[in-house]
Write a protein that binds this ligand. Structure first.
Ligand SMILES: Cc1ncc(COP(=O)(O)O)c(C=O)c1O
Length: 508
């Protein structure tokens, strides 16, 4: 199967394209007297201090120039519509076009969150149903959609855990987090005021139960876990972990980023989790990363529902209303009721698939992962750390540590070589407990043929690494941008030419 080839345009910034003023827009002071007379009512209504004297510094281009500029940029950009994006932990699945089409409807695009509830009953109904369905999917009692993404959900959950203990008059200040966790977990716990206690992973790839028992005390507020964990492995001792924590009156927080591995089969609520966040954009296919904003849901069980971020949509007398009167709510995490468009896209994904289809999501994504593992099994230089005999769920983490030692070609070089061959790179160097990690997740929407292509190309790169490592280390050659300087790329000063442009405008 052919892979995608990136175009190489020497495309300037859209600002730099503006060679001369074409007057595609005008400020009021430039209007003719006749035009000013025609709109005088509007002019009189405008606050004088808001009327511009100078044109804004925005690109002044004709339609065809704009279309060509963005088309050329799109030809240089890789996306899920041209090939797989197997970024482990990110769950980049295909985003159905029907969701895009529906969300372009003016009944969605033209509404404002300050509108009277009476006039947005349809959207409120969608949020209401999502609250119910997500509670059912996760085994929780109630959800809110106020949070804009996973990390914001974690912060909400950590704040809820803090408040739960405060309401009992206890100042518990320690949060347990496994060493395999996503960086946002310790960051959220720290932002909520907790001291982070790192828990090691055992040799089978589970969070180490004995290590948990060793640190448990009356200062332990809770634990943040994702299951399947970031190694793609199901936490085998989860029921025991929950019991040990609950016996200590500590809470369990579920990071739902990996729900794709168990969707429709197992529920965090049944495993003993008290609070859950979901990354709707991942599990339920709304564009994210460079493609659009995320949406979160935070769900809770029992009395903890009284601590959820507000508002909650409720049904009263046949009407949907926004309830801000939640007894011990930690407050608003996001203005209004969160990111509605990705929520609607997720709603569409759920209704398109139905209960059976949702279960197939995790079945097929797990099958895809394990098929890929079989295809690359035995490749020289590649290992599968943490009990290779255990099947993985929705994602797999392989290590190229041996390859790096034997050839000098490391995980980053492999990632660049994949880009060079027209395939998107996986997540690299995460989780931190795996040296030279490549974290690969195909999701349920990738085809068998594409997974075979990916495995074949990966094996070809490894063969080349043993034959001619320098050649691999010099990749990518065929991409529109060659190897970037990782350190420079992370300094805000150098992040983008746009940054430089903004700096210039500020100076002017
Ligand atoms: C395991 C895990 N937890 C949390 C997050 C944070 O989610 P978000 O990017 O929606 O803030 C991610 C994101 O990739 C993740 O992989």
């Amino acid at each position: 199967m052919d892979v995608w080839r990136q175009a190489k345009w020497d495309e300037p910034l859209v600002f730099e394209l503006t060679k001369a003023r074409r007057e595609t827009f005008k400020v009021i002071s430039e209007f003719s007297d006749e035009a000013k007379e025609f709109i005088k009512d509007i002019l009189n209504a405008l606050p004088k201090n808001l009327i511009r004297k100078e044109p804004p510094r925005i690109p002044d281009l004709s339609e065809i120039e704009v279309v060509r500029h963005f088309t050329r940029l799109s030809q240089m950009a890789y996306g899920i519509d041209v090939g797989p994006v197997p970024l482990g932990s990110c769950t980049m699945k295909y985003n159905p076009k029907i969701s895009e089409a529906i969300c372009r409807d003016s009944r969605i695009t033209d509404i404002h969150p300050d509108q009277d509830e009476e006039t947005v009953q349809g959207v409120l109904e969608i949020i209401y149903l999502m609250q119910k369905w997500l509670a059912e999917i996760t085994g929780m009692d109630l959800c809110t959609l106020n949070v804009p993404a996973g990390a914001a959900g974690e912060l909400a959950g950590a704040l809820m855990i803090r408040k739960y203990h405060e309401l009992k008059g206890e100042a518990r200040d320690e949060m347990l987090i496994p060493d395999s966790a996503h960086g946002t977990n310790p960051a959220s716990a720290a932002m909520a005021g907790f001291k982070v206690i790192k828990i090691k992973t055992d040799e089978k790839g589970n969070v180490d139960l004995e290590a948990i028992k060793a640190v448990l005390s009356d200062r332990t507020a809770g634990i943040m876990l994702t299951n399947p964990n970031t190694l793609g492995l199901f936490e085998e001792n989860i029921l025991e972990v929950a019991k040990v924590l609950h016996d200590n009156d500590s809470l369990l927080y579920y990071d739902g980023a990996n729900l794709n591995g168990i969707l429709g089969i197992a529920r965090p609520g049944d495993m003993g989790f008290d609070i859950v966040h979901l990354n709707l954009h991942k599990t339920f296919a709304a564009p994210h990363g460079g493609g659009g904003p995320g949406a979160g849901a935070v769900c809770a069980k029992g009395k903890l529902v009284n601590l959820l971020p507000k508002p909650i949509v409720r049904k009263k007398g046949g009407k949907y209303i926004l309830d801000y009167d939640i007894k011990y709510s930690i407050g608003l995490i996001r203005a209004y009721y969160g990111h509605v468009i990705p929520t609607i896209k997720s709603f569409i994904y759920i209704i398109m698939l139905g209960p059976k289809g949702l279960r197939e999501v995790s079945e097929i994504s797990t099958l895809n992962t394990n098929y890929f593992i079989k295809l690359i099994e035995g490749t020289k230089g590649i290992t599968l750390p943490y009990d290779p005999a255990r099947p993985r769920k929705h994602e797999v983490v392989i290590s190229v540590e041996r390859l790096a030692k034997e050839t000098g070609v490391n995980a980053e070089d492999i990632a660049k070589a994949l880009l060079d061959r027209g395939l998107y790179a996986p997540t690299i160097y995460f989780p931190l407990i795996v040296h030279e990690a490549l974290m690969i997740e195909f999701t349920e929407t990738e085809t068998k043929e594409m997974i075979e292509t990916y495995a074949r190309v990966l094996k070809e790169i490894v063969i080349e690494a043993y034959r001619d490592p320098k050649k691999v280390k010099e990749t990518p050659r065929n991409t529109s941008v060659r190897r970037i300087d990782n350190v420079r790329a992370n300094l805000p000063k150098y992040v983008t030419p746009t940054y430089k442009f903004i700096e210039r405008v500020k100076k002017d």
